[in-house]
Design a protein around this ligand. Sequence first.
Ligand code: SAH
Length: 213
Amino acid sequence: MRLRNIPGAEEHIRSCPFVVTEPTAAKGRWNEHFGNSHPLAVEIGSGKGHFITTLAAREPGTNYVGMEKYSSVLLRAVQKQEERLLPNLALVRWDAQLIEDVFAPGEVSRIYLNFSDPWPKPKQASRRLCAKEFLRLYAGVLTDGGIVEFKTDQRPLFDFGMSEIEAGGFTLLSYTYDLHADAAMNAGNIMTEYEEKFSAKGNKICKYIIKKA
Ligand code: SAH
């Protein structure tokens, strides 16, 4: 997601106490940052932040980090958090490629990938956030038995993601090609902005849950 450059977005983001502007300094110390020893979960590509703010409000016993590459997009999540001031939610402008600079090995218990960019050309495959190269990075920061949850309406991207699980160091726990019709997997589901938009068009939502092998 790229939004038009918003003047002042950088300054606005930097002035918010719940935006961690130097996240590398928090590596291995996120419990100190949140002031408790709760488990830590991360959404990569958190976009405008509806999913992560809703989840953090619902699950006060877990700490959340919303990671987003672009400040113009992160600003929308910042504005949501400015209204809610959730103590268990931090936002970072960061590239998932460098996730190991922000979290220590075993520091993260769960990672959410929601409607990641499809990068459809074959030679772009390693840029997809569900590619084995990324899964190996996630495995590096996850706890033993740590979880990745991935949702998308892009079936080719999902099929690719399914084929990367083993090489990425994970095992498949469950999956569906039609999340909203699957009562068990849809229980407690929080719709993201893209999920609302694409399911309204009639697209089916695919989801998998995988565990660090
Ligand atoms: N999760 C939201 C947005 C999906 S669009 C939703 O479901 O509605 C994908 C988002 O991932 C975009 O906001 C994009 O900027 C972000 N993104 C893409 N590559 C990224 C990366 N390497 N690191 C962090 N965020 C990334």
